[in-house]
Design a protein around this ligand. Sequence first.
Ligand SMILES: NC(=O)c1ccc[n+]([C@@H]2O[C@H](COP(=O)([O-])OP(=O)(O)OC[C@H]3O[C@@H](n4cnc5c(N)ncnc54)[C@H](O)[C@@H]3O)[C@@H](O)[C@H]2O)c1
Length: 256
Amino acid sequence: MRMDGKTVVVTGAARGIGRAIAERLAQAGAYTVCGDLDAEELGRVTAGIDGAGGQAEPHRCDVSDPEDVEQLILAAEARGGPHALVANAAIQYERTIEDTPPEDWDQVLGVNLKGVYLCARAAIPRMRRLGGGSIVNMASVNGFWVEPQLGAYCAAKGGVINLTRAVALDFGKDGIRCNCICPGYIDTGMAQRYLEVQPDPEAARAEAGRLHALGRIGRPEEVAAMALFLCSDESSFCTAQPFIVDGGLSAGVPAR
Ligand SMILES: NC(=O)c1ccc[n+]([C@@H]2O[C@H](COP(=O)([O-])OP(=O)(O)OC[C@H]3O[C@@H](n4cnc5c(N)ncnc54)[C@H](O)[C@@H]3O)[C@@H](O)[C@H]2O)c1
């Protein structure tokens, strides 16, 4: 799968899954326009991509801010894109909704759902002018398979799955495909932070691995491989779908 001549936007690219996606896309030849709140760490990531022979540029961007998102997509337009967009940035939030103040609800939904909408909204007219494009949203198994104390997060991720379908239906006629990825537990800072707030973090990590049919949690690179497929023309007849990358987590109770 090659992405030569393509400009791709990746949000939340400073660490974890977004970083792995930016690196994988750049390795495949894409010019990678990277956005993240953490400009310092993002600069290190894009310098690493450049050092490895790829092409990437860093932009400080809060995906819940329409103006920041517009600037990010404009940067991709200046590079002839965006041919693809990976709306990956999100925040974790571990509380029941009874314990979730309205301002926290707004923040979680603002980043995890509104951020995805803002990115698509800014990219769509540019993609239409290019004759099409691929939008890849980062959902989660938590969009349809819920765990305790993740009310706002699960609500946002369920929204991302249906927003993906809505975008795909509305803009398929413009050659724009829209899919989302639903990862299981992936070994990043986000998963680490979730495990750390459990009563026994080590036991929770081992148990998290056991929940997956493959007996382990996933690696960011394993999600990046799916993102590359969905951004590339190899997935030219795929749209409106959640692609589950979860080591079997959501299939049911694993064998002991
Ligand atoms: N790690 C998992 O187990 C897991 C499982 C399922 C889904 N996901 C999803 O994968 C995506 C990436 O998660 P991760 O595990 O790599 O998380 P992470 O916390 O390791 O990285 C998230 C990145 O997003 C950035 N970010 C946060 N808020 C932002 C904002 N408002 N604007 C721009 N950037 C922002 C952070 O600075 C960070 O660099 C998220 O959408 C997450 O919900 C993760």
